[in-house]
Design a protein around this ligand. Structure first.
Ligand SMILES: [Zn+2]
Length: 457
């Protein structure tokens, strides 16, 4: 047997097999069972969610030798020829390439003839919104007085482009995007029947990349099987589709959250060196932060398309993290994403945004710190280094310095990046900006220490 792509091989052949569109298929089945068959149906919705497939099943249901029936037999000549796409009375027309008035006039002429073998003459017009105004007018003439046994099934992704006069003569059915959970379950089952296994990360990534379109998901599956055989793993999916690795995103994010600008920028450089574009990296980072925001806000249920491995990372990052901090970082990166598109130096825009975001994280830590633990006097260099970090090791550094122990300058530099290293002179004493006024006495003491240091020089 010749090679068939999954989208064709796994195409649903009955109403029951159409995934996640019960609101459409149940209504159609009831209409057929009660013999309330219309002359024109309009199937709308995003691409790849089952519109054309449903149109073919409807054609089959109407023309089955045992029909009209909501459960076409799949065995009679009529059913089999519709499945094969060569039924004499079922014509599929691509609206995009047959959009002119002449094609529709021709269709109108032929629609008058009696059926060749079936009960109904069925015209499936795909992408019907592409028809010209004149073609729509010609179509309207047929819809106004349709021949007895003619049924039109229109499919479109853009119903707004269809004239109201046509819309009002159609029964309209709106298809939905396929939910990730349904798609994931379906892909797993169908793949297993072919001896193909996907790990949970691979499955989640395919569903996410498909954007709710089953046709896209199946095309991705075809590509994946060609790329990695019958055993498909998450890393291979990420590589093949050029997705930014989650670990990398987590590294950049944790650098930003720790206020460690250098670490965050290093990871950004690493990602760019791996070949990701600034756009790709920024978009992936925004999606990752959006997921982190949902976790910190306690809305983890909305993370249906996130692989388990990523969920674990997100949970770990979200520990003791205020959602407002993530929200602000997300805002900075989102506006950078807009800027990047019109910037001649997109990398600089990205780096600036990452730096700003990590400085902001640092600012958030300031408020969380107890006021007494916010100063370190670095004696060696005769400068005041102010650490205002929330993380435990940095607090320890600050505490121990207050006990009079000297901090090796290297250790301080490693543990924290000071907001600024300021050599404070006597004139600056009055301007010394320390937010907490309750700590005034402490501040004076520090100033005296600094002045003392200057005297010693
Ligand atoms: Zn049949």
């Amino acid at each position: 047997m010749s090679y068939l792509v999954f989208a064709r091989k796994w195409r649903p052949q009955s109403f029951e097999e159409v995934l996640s569109q019960d609101h459409v298929t149940i209504t159609l089945k009831n209409a057929i069972d009660t013999e309330r068959i219309g002359h024109a149906y309009l199937l709308t919705g995003p691409r790849g969610v089952g519109k054309t497939t449903t149109a073919r099943i409807l054609a089959k249901a109407l023309n089955c030798e045992n029909g009209p029936t909501s459960t076409p037999c799949q065995k009679c000549d009529s059913c089999r020829s519709i499945t094969a796409g060569n039924h004499m009375d079922v014509r599929e027309i691509d609206g995009a390439s047959n959009r002119g008035i002449d094609q529709i006039r021709d269709l109108r002429e032929k629609a008058r003839y009696a059926t060749a073998s079936g009960k109904y003459k069925i015209y499936i017009i795909d992408e019907v919104h592409m028809l010209t105004k004149e073609a729509f007018n010609a179509l309207l003439k047929i819809l106004e007085e349709p021949p007895e046994s003619v049924v039109f099934i229109f499919a479109t992704t853009q119903p707004r482009k269809i004239p109201d006069t046509i819309l009002s003569r159609c029964q309209r059915f709106d298809f939905r995007r396929i939910p990730v959970s349904d798609m994931s379950e379906y892909l797993k089952k169908e793949a297993a029947s072919e001896g193909i296994t996907l790990d949970s990360t691979a499955l989640s990534l395919v569903c996410r990349a498909s954007g709710g379109s089953m046709r896209d998901a199946l095309s991705l599956m075809d590509q994946l099987v060609s790329f990695s055989g019958n055993d498909i793993r998450g890393e291979e999916v990420a590589t093949l589709f050029g997705m930014v690795k989650t670990d990398l995103l987590a590294d950049i994010t944790s650098g930003i959250l720790a206020g460690n600008t250098a670490r965050a920028i290093d990871h950004v450089s690493g990602a760019l060196a791996e070949g990701y574009s600034v756009d790709e990296l920024l978009d992936a980072l925004i999606v990752f932060l959006r997921n982190l925001l949902l976790v910190t806000a306690g809305a983890s249920n909305s993370l249906s398309d996130v692989p388990e491995s990523e969920s674990r990372l997100l949970l770990k990052l979200s520990e003791d993290l205020p959602d407002i901090a993530v929200l602000n970082i997300l805002r900075i990166l989102s506006s950078a994403a807009v800027e990047v598109k019109r910037s001649s130096l997109p990398r600089v825009t990205l780096e600036t945004a990452v730096m700003t975001a990590s400085k902001l994280s640092r600012a958030f830590s300031i408020k969380d710190l107890p006021p007494v633990a916010d100063k370190v006097v670095e004696r060696n260099s005769q400068t005041t280094t102010t650490t205002r970090e929330a993380s435990p090791e940095k607090e320890i550094a600050a505490d121990s310095s207050q006990e009079g122990k000297e901090q090796p300058s290297v250790e301080i530099a490693e543990n924290s990046e000071p907001i600024e290293d300021t050599a404070i002179s006597a004139e600056d004493e009055e301007d010394d900006s320390v937010a907490n006024e309750d700590d005034e006495e402490k501040e004076k003491e520090t100033s005296r220490t600094i002045l003392g240091l200057f005297d010693a020089v």
